[in-house]
Design a protein around this ligand. Structure first.
Ligand code: GUN
Length: 294
C-alpha cells in the first residue's frame, strides 16, 4: 500500500493566508506592520537561498522583511553590534541569524544576545528552556512547530504513541522531542551513533528524521502505517543528471510502508518558513500589547 502524502506546501499556503489576515488586523490596530530582520553571514549556497526565501515570504504576507547580508569575513564584534541595533529598534519584531555562522564567530554568543521577545527562531536559551519545562509563553523553533502541524494534518493521535526522533540538534531534534513529550507521546531521541538504529526506528508510530544524511532511513526501517516526517534537505548530484534535494528518508521505499509521509521538497521545508511568519506575527502582537503607544 502507498502512503498518503503530507503536503507541506499546501498546508504552508493555508498558514500563510492566516498570517496575512493577522498582519492586516495588526496594521489596523497598531498602525504599522510586523518587522522581520534576517541576518546572513557568508555565502553558503543553501543559506543564501533559505534567507532570501524568508525575506520574500515575510514581504508576501505584508510584513516588513529585510535581509542583511554580511561578508563571511565580518568580525564577530560587527555582528554583535548589528544584533544590538536590531534589539533596540522598536520597528523590529523578529530577528533571525541564519546558522551555521562562519568560523570563528561564536554562534552561542550571538544567539544569547538576541532579545528573547524577538527570537523568532526559538533558539535563545530562555525560549528553549521554556519549551523544555513545558511552559507556555515562549517562541518555539520553527521546524519542529511545522512538524507538529503536519502530524496534526495526518489526524494521528500522539497520546500514547511511540515517537522516534532521529537527530539531536538544538535546532530540530531536541525541541521536536520536547513538543512530542508535551503531547504525551513516548519519545526516543536517537542519532547517528545509536546502536541498531533500524530496530529503534521500527518501533516508531511517528518517525521524525532530522539527521542530515541523504536517504539514510530505509523502507524496511519503517513500521507499517507509521507517520514519517522527513526534515532532511540534502543536495545530491547523481552520476548522470542534475543536482537534486533528497531527504534523510529513502522516500520511494518508505512510501510503500508508511501510512503518511512528507516529500522532499514540499514537505517540512515550506512549513518551517510558514511557522517563522507565525512566530513573527506572534512576537509583534506580544510586543505591541506590552508597549502602550506613545
Ligand atoms: N539554518 C538551517 N535552518 C535554520 C533555521 O531554522 N534557523 C536559522 N537561524 N538557521 C537555520
Amino acid at each position: 500500500m502507498s502512503a498518503r502524502i503530507l503536503d507541506g506546501k499546501a498546508l504552508a499556503e493555508r498558514v500563510r493566508a492566516e498570517v496575512r489576515a493577522g498582519v492586516d488586523a495588526f496594521r489596523a490596530q497598531y498602525g504599522r506592520v510586523p518587522g522581520l530582520d534576517v541576518v546572513l553571514v557568508g555565502e553558503d549556497p543553501g543559506s543564501v537561498v533559505y534567507t532570501r526565501n524568508k525575506e520574500k515570504a515575510s514581504n508576501e504576507v505584508g510584513m516588513r522583511g529585510r535581509l542583511h547580508a554580511l561578508a563571511a569575513s565580518t568580525p564577530e564584534e560587527q555582528l554583535v553590534e548589528m544584533v544590538r541595533g536590531l534589539n533596540a529598534d522598536p520597528l523590529v519584531d523578529g530577528i533571525l541569524v541564519q546558522l551555521p555562522l562562519p568560523k570563528p564567530i561564536d554562534s552561542a554568543k550571538i544567539l544569547d544576545l538576541i532579545d528573547v521577545a524577538k527570537d523568532v527562531d526559538g533558539f535563545h536559551p530562555v525560549n528553549a528552556g521554556l519549551l523544555a519545562l513545558g511552559r507556555p509563553g515562549g517562541l518555539v523553533a520553527c521546524t519542529p512547530a511545522g512538524c507538529m502541524r503536519l502530524i496534526a494534518l495526518s489526524g494521528t493521535a500522539l497520546e500514547r504513541a511511540n515517537a522516534v526522533v532521529v537527530g539531536r540538534s538544538n535546532t530540530v531534534g531536541k525541541p521536536m522531542a520536547q513538543l512530542l513529550l508535551s503531547a504525551n507521546a513516548t519519545v526516543t531521541v536517537a542519532h547517528s551513533r545509536t546502536r541498531d538504529l533500524a530496530r529503534v526506528c521500527r518501533g516508531a508510530d511517528v518517525l521524525v528524521a532530522a539527521v542530515g544524511r541523504a536517504q539514510m532511513i530505509r523502507g524496511d526501517w519503517i513500521k507499517p502505517s507509521a507517520v514519517v516526517l522527513d526534515v532532511g534537505q540534502n543536495r545530491v548530484v547523481p552520476p548522470e543528471g542534475k543536482a537534486k534535494m533528497v531527504g534523510d528518508v529513502a522516500f520511494d521505499e518508505a512510501k510503500e510502508v508508511a501510512g503518511f509521509i512528507t516529500p522532499v521538497p514540499g514537505g517540512v521545508g515550506p512549513m518551517t518558513i510558514a511557522m517563522l511568519l507565525v512566530n513573527t506575527l506572534e512576537a509583534a502582537k506580544r510586543r505591541a500589547r506590552s508597549q502602550p503607544r506613545a
